[in-house]
Design a protein around this ligand. Structure first.
Ligand code: M6R
Length: 613
């Protein structure tokens, strides 16, 4: 999510660091900072906003003579967007400087323990705890090599990291480490770069080493060594980057939309990490502590959101009603704000928004607040207006979503709503055994998503075969009705063809009149409690010569025989199927748009964040 670049060599580090980090800005950053070391000691500057703001603060980068340094552009996960929270973070003595991407899950425990031994903290971040922990090891063992202090600290850490450490006392070394957050080493002549993304090093070298999880590296201007956290040396193959800069920013994918579709398993892992507790059949939602009591006693939940976030809310309604027995109303925020909503004692309001800046969602939230209703949010962008104005909230940690068409934000919102359903359910009637089963099934979803993404080629072929159709009907029932609506929304957005989402049960009440051989239906028909009903609907379409593209459960030969095209998804608990069934629909919209030569990342007339009514 965040951008990291490190440099060590003979040249001045800062201009190289700035050039590298600017190539990572496509990821959408909110603050930036650097630290370089020279005979004058460590010099550091930070700024809120884009890297350009940091450059303004720096003035002439040649004023900073250090030939080793680190830079970071932050996409906040812990703590508001402030200078104090911007990286790099330092220890108490300004000796050890750290740039980090990822989440240190046990940072609160670490901070408490370190505070007891006299450490003082200056930020709200998880990262700062690690800087002090490394310091603690150097204090306990004077003369300890910095790489050993980093290694010992990492052994005490739970969570994810891609990180680079700069040490005032060892100005000829950078230490890098990786666990679930990408990090690579660029190998130049008499110099090394380390970065979270290849696009940051491409200008200087195409020769790279990719660190794997649990590995760390020590870089000096002359050599690099890699080993694992048990100090076993690792032989690392050298790779040559073949991408152009633009390709590298998209991680080799042709569009951000495709990249983000493929990032979904990781986005869900991030949403669940540290929250889902399968053995207790529970979900820990730390961000909701302040509204915990009111949520526990809530008699009704009111969800307001727009577009894809609204549709995630509609999946959430089914989940919350089924697991927690709590009545849920879901409204498009633009209606909610104008329809004089009636609030009752016992209501709790939930805003869902990827950007946290959508004008209508914000207005709905303010309306609820004004009426004294407790509010909370599910938001991706940390420190955004909705995140700040709600009483409490759950961050998605899905990483920046650049493509205008929302994909990973949707599944991540649904996953968090599932956690909420589990948490509220367990406070109500959901038994321990039911909770454990729910949690186990949810924990399997990222892996099942990875398998589902295997339909990519098949969907591309189907989209090409369907390229001349001008209208599509998307049908689903129960948990998959909102998914049908989302499939239609995606197709409209990126391919500009007419698509309608409908509850399959409503088809006979009107839309069936449109069906003929030129009007295809995309039917979401997994083997679930409404499967037989969906099969009947599909037969009705076929009887009218309507082409059918079915999304079905692996092994469902019956569906394979009825539909014109069948896309198979893995079997999953019914409640979580939307997290899988939406994937082929996202891919279908993507390939259909590409097939028609549209700019799928920036569809016409749309904006990523709708900050006007
Ligand atoms: O940032 P938000 O989640 O509040 O945005 C809400 C909608 O504008 C957004 O989901 C929109 O519908 C997407 N472009 C859909 O792909």
């Amino acid at each position: 999510m965040c951008g990291i670049v490190g440099y060590i060599g003979r040249r001045r580090a800062l201009p190289i660091l700035l050039g590298g980090i600017k190539n990572l800005e496509y990821r959408g950053y909110d603050s930036a900072g650097f630290a370089v070391v020279s005979r004058r000691g460590v010099e550091s500057r930070k700024a809120v906003g884009r890297v350009a703001r940091l450059e303004e603060k720096i003035g002439d980068p040649d004023r900073f003579p250090g030939t080793a340094g680190i830079i970071h552009s932050r996409w906040s996960t812990h703590g508001e967007v402030t200078e104090a929270n911007a990286h790099p973070h330092a220890d108490c003595r300004g000796r050890i400087w750290l740039a980090h991407n990822g989440i240190i899950e046990n940072y609160k425990e670490l901070k408490r323990a370190l505070a007891r031994t006299g450490h003082t903290f200056h930020s709200e971040t998880d990262t700062e705890a690690l800087a002090h922990l490394i310091e603690e090891f150097t204090i306990r063992t004077p003369g300890l090599a910095i790489e050993e202090a980093v290694r010992l600290a990492l052994l005490s850490v739970r969570g994810t990291y891609g990180l680079v450490v700069l040490d005032r006392e060892s100005p000829d070394k950078l230490v890098a480490a990786r666990n679930f957050s990408p990090l690579l080493i660029g190998i130049g002549r008499g110099e090394y770069l380390v970065a979270s993304d290849a696009s940051a090093v491409l200008k200087h070298t195409k020769n790279v080493i990719y660190l794997d999880d649990g590995e760390m590296a020590v870089l000096t201007p002359r050599e690099h060594t890699v080993w694992d956290l048990r100090r076993r040396p690792r032989e690392k193959p050298l790779h040559e980057i073949e991408w152009t800069l633009e390709q590298a920013q998209k991680g080799g994918y042709s569009h951000f939309m495709l990249k983000e579709i493929f990032e979904q398993p990781e986005a869900i892992e991030n949403a669940l990490r540290g929250r889902l507790v399968p053995k207790d059949g529970h979900a820990q939602l730390g961000g909701l502590e302040t509204v915990h009591e009111r949520l526990a006693g809530a008699e009704r939940l009111i969800i307001a959101a727009c577009g894809t976030a609204y549709l995630a809310g509609r999946v959430g309604k089914y989940m919350l009603e089924a697991c927690a027995g709590i009545p849920v109303e879901v409204d498009v925020a633009s209606e909610f704000r104008y329809r004089a909503p009636v609030f009752r004692k016992g209501d709790v309001f939930l805003a869902i928004s990827q950007s946290g800046e959508t004008a209508d969602t914000l207005a709905a939230l303010r309306e609820a607040r004004e009426k004294g209703v407790p509010t909370f949010g599910i938001v991706n962008v940390v420190g955004s207006t909705i995140a700040r104005e709600t009483d409490a909230g759950i961050y998605q940690h899905a990483g920046p979503e650049i493509g205008v068409a929302s994909t990973k934000a949707f599944t991540s919102q649904v996953a968090i709503l599932a956690l909420l359903a589990l948490s509220l359910g367990r406070q109500r009637d959901l038994s321990l055994t039911q909770g454990q089963e729910f949690a186990r099934d949810l924990a399997r979803i990222p892996e099942l998503m990875r398998r589902t993404l295997g339909v990519d080629d098949e969907v591309r072929r189907i989209a090409a075969a369907c390229r001349d159709f001008k209208n599509f009907l998307f049908l689903g029932r129960k948990y998959n009705l909102p998914v049908a609506l989302e499939g239609a929304l995606k197709l409209k957005e990126v391919s500009y063809v007419h698509a309608e989402g409908y509850g399959a049960g409503e088809m006979k009440h009107g839309p069936i009149a449109m069906i003929d051989e030129r009007f295809p239906s995309v039917c979401i028909a997994p083997r679930d409690s409404v499967y037989e009903k969906m099969v009947s609907n599909i037969e009705e379409i076929k009887a009218r010569r309507g082409p059918v593209i079915a999304i079905a459960t692996e092994g469902d030969q019956e569906m394979g025989a009825i539909a014109d095209h069948t896309i198979f998804i893995p079997k999953a608990a019914e409640i979580f199927v939307p997290l899988l069934s939406v994937i082929p629909l996202q891919l279908f919209a993507y390939y259909f748009g590409v097939e028609h030569g549209h700019d799928v990342d920036r569809p016409r007339n749309l904006a990523k964040s709708v900050t006007v009514e």
